[in-house]
Design a protein around this ligand. Sequence first.
Ligand SMILES: Nc1nc2c(c(=O)[nH]1)N[C@H]1C(S)=C(S)[C@@H](COP(=O)(O)OP(=O)(O)OC[C@H]3O[C@@H](n4cnc5c(=O)[nH]c(N)nc54)[C@H](O)[C@@H]3O)O[C@H]1N2
Ligand SMILES: Nc1nc2c(c(=O)[nH]1)N[C@H]1C(S)=C(S)[C@@H](COP(=O)(O)OP(=O)(O)OC[C@H]3O[C@@H](n4cnc5c(=O)[nH]c(N)nc54)[C@H](O)[C@@H]3O)O[C@H]1N2
Ligand code: SF4
Ligand SMILES: [Mo]
Length: 884
Amino acid sequence: MPVETKTTCPYCGVGCGVIARVDDDGTVSVKGDPDHPANLGRLCSKGSALAETLDLDGRLLHPEIGGQKAGWNEALDLVAGRFADAIAAHGPESVAFYVSGQLLTEDYYVANKLMKGFIGSANIDTNSRLCMSSSVAGHRRAFGADTVPGTYEDIELADLVILTGSNLAWCHPVIYQRLAAAKAARPGMKVVVIDPRRTMTSDIADLHLAIRPDGDVALFNGLLAHLAKGTAVDENCVAAHTSGFADAFAAASAMTFPALVERTGLGASELRQFFGLFERTEKVVTCYSQGVNQSSSGSDKVNAIINCHLATGRIGRPGMGPFSLTGQPNAMGGREVGGLANMLAAHMTIESAADRDRVQRFWGSPAIATRPGLKAVDMFEAVADGRIKALWIMATNPVVSMPDADRVEAAIKACPFVVVSDVLKTTDTARHAHVLLPAAGWGEKDGTVTNSERRISRQRTFLDAAGEARADWWQLSQVARRMGFAGFDYASPADIFDEHARLSAFENDGSRDFDIGAHAGIAPAGYEAMEPFQWPQPAGHTKATTRFFAKGGFYHPDGRARFVAVVPAETDRTSAAYPFTLNTGRIRDQWHTMTRTGKSARLSAHIAEPFAEIHPRDALETGIGNAGLVEIESPRGKAIVRALVTERQARGNVFVPMHWNDQFAAKARIDALVPPLTDKVSGQPASKNVAVAVRPFPASTYGFAVAVTRPAAPEADYWAIAKADGGWRIELAFTTPAKDWTEWCRATFAIPDDIEPLGYADRRTGDLRLAFFDGDRLLAALFLALEPVAVARTWAVSQLTAEHGDLRKRFTLVAGRPGADRPDPGATVCSCFSVGVNQIVAAVRDGYHTVEAVGKELNAGTNCGSCRAEIRGIIDGCRAAAAE
Ligand SMILES: Nc1nc2c(c(=O)[nH]1)N[C@H]1C(S)=C(S)[C@@H](COP(=O)(O)OP(=O)(O)OC[C@H]3O[C@@H](n4cnc5c(=O)[nH]c(N)nc54)[C@H](O)[C@@H]3O)O[C@H]1N2
Ligand SMILES: Nc1nc2c(c(=O)[nH]1)N[C@H]1C(S)=C(S)[C@@H](COP(=O)(O)OP(=O)(O)OC[C@H]3O[C@@H](n4cnc5c(=O)[nH]c(N)nc54)[C@H](O)[C@@H]3O)O[C@H]1N2
Ligand code: SF4
Ligand SMILES: [Mo]
């Protein structure tokens, strides 16, 4: 009998409910949970492809010490011993944990308790530092606590939704779908997108403001000054519930309108239109994400936004409020347990002696950290200069995702003792670990996560753990016990959740926002059955309170919110040597460092290699051709990626995704170029504004290959590998051609010596093709040209699973052209149904002129809907071309 389990998607902070079904033969399939309030059955492309990421390929199946298989006892004893030794010799500040918003709350709780309450240092920080810490800092400055006031429903109820520094369509696709549906049902609703690039999200916008990088403080200051001159300010609310308005207004009105135009890069009429919309519309939600947080002025951007909502009293009421969209599935849970170096558990503060005392009494712990620990960038600085003697990295890949990534890598390599807990055996970080601990992955682990709207949901087990993998909370508790600490004998995640719930209610009485006392004392059966719920849920609560602050009640001691006077800083970092601004971020179908999404052929087909979006004029002036290769350089490092020439990009800017790393490309770890510059208040790195030089990469030969086995790092100046159906696809470029291409293929694709290639060379064009067959199966094919290779990618990939008994078919393959019987579908647009761009273009030519009609004809866009904006773009493109 098939078994269905309700669980939660492990990717983004939307926190969609998923039903995982395991069939009798062990096949797993997933669908959206229609009863989950976050998604009501919807999923995006990544969520829909979850089943494809569960194979054991590349999994770390047992502990390893020094690259050798080891037993759990041996590995845990070693970790406990080395941490204890470092603490004994150099004190508690000489050890550190670097953890992740992808841990479950229970894992996170134990990590934080061990470091802050038992080791007695606050040197635990998390990748949330790179993600949410400016929002946390902004919330704490304004509200006195890290409280997200609103709910997803507010986005649907609003008459104006502002999306700033958020590519919602690609990064929070199910919220985007909810927004798109609400706008379709209520066309009067307005959407404003503020982003230097015209992203897929901008396609839903009534107004797209292509702001200058980091122009946001100036923009929202300008808005506040404008509001204060009109009638939109809610004087009663300001007087009764806030303080600091006069100073914030003075700071905001210091800038003249012409200076505002210059600082934001926006036209005067665009500014007036935006200000007028905000002024006139009461129901406004301002959603923001990394274009706001990841900045040297990130906290100020957050407060500049919150100031406008406080001034108009538009907070905590239906359809109104500032809304921080959290990135990771459990960024919020990590904040609840105090996983950041400057927080204490259950939203208590490390600087408060009363809070420290309360937490220590609750834990009955021998110590309590007395001051904030090292924030991520400072932590790796301390690793680099030898202050950290033992480091434990869990569920994050800092060699790829930290700024100044090469230096971070060197620091990890030089650290005397590094433990990495991961699900994969080989990541850019795991390769430098002294001890590798196999973690139970999604489907194997069990616990809770909290999404962007404070909703706590269960992740449930539906698979046996791979090999000897164990949950992160178990690994941490075992090490704690072996270090001689009492208070870590948890039998299950339910035990930990119970303790977490009790601590949230401990001596709280409404003084702290985070209170889930209603769940204190929860038994394993209750935990198993737990339905998704939103906090707060204090003991004895009857009805869920879903919003904060409509009637004041802020968490500063006087109960008032604070306006924060913010002043725009100069943020143009370009110079004659580094004249471009590098912006980094995400694409639709990859998740961070690709350790899981990189396993799915469907997801890898959307965008199969690292790229730089560049404006056509900039491309022309720098001599970069479309589909050529670009070298991007900062004083810290270099990357080589494909050029994507597009008017969606603003002049002077380039955008490169953060995902590619040394496992998938020759030189595309973009964080190697990002300096460790941080926001002074939050410590969050400025990952979106880096001065770089951009030039064509001088390749003399370009290549494209398909192969059934994953090649080792190819001998090539540029390579990028992506999973494909039946094997792998590889983009290549060389500055000097190989001496013997057949030998190159043998070495790269492990072709046996007795298999001879079928070849084709065109002296006139310089094209060369080689294909190797084993019986009627294609092993590998290489297509070379002096220009970027024009071979149809999807067609070439399909040859990996085709039958090649017919000799003529083999010749079509080396000719590099699809036969008339198998037209090339083109690059994948819809990953759910594997529909390519050429198929959509053909459908449009056949008269299907709407997204719905194309969907009926091809199914494209009818499952998760993440590609609908792209389909609309293709339809518009075809019609524009037809009109010319
Ligand atoms: N597909 C996918 N989805 C994801 C993730 C993923 O890896 N892949 N990761 C998840 C995580 S952890 C996170 S944190 C979120 C991030 O979600 P988002 O923040 O939406 O994603 P990003 O692409 O990092 O950046 C958003 C936008 O900020 C813009 N931007 C850059 N500079 C500025 C600026 O100065 N001002 C303004 N206003 N905008 C600017 C960028 O051009 C970019 O389009 O996504 C989550 N969802
Ligand atoms: N330039 C630039 N850099 C950025 C960003 C950017 O926009 N631009 N964004 C930043 C942001 S917002 C974020 S959130 C970070 C994300 O960056 P990372 O956290 O480094 O990225 P992930 O690939 O998600 O890393 C998660 C790791 O945990 C492993 N893993 C998965 N599940 C489990 C588990 O259950 N247990 C354990 N122990 N391991 C597990 C995965 O295999 C993977 O190696 O990147 C940041 N870096
Ligand atoms: S929007 Fe997509 S990635 Fe995010 S939680 Fe939902 S299904 Fe997962
Ligand atoms: Mo993030």
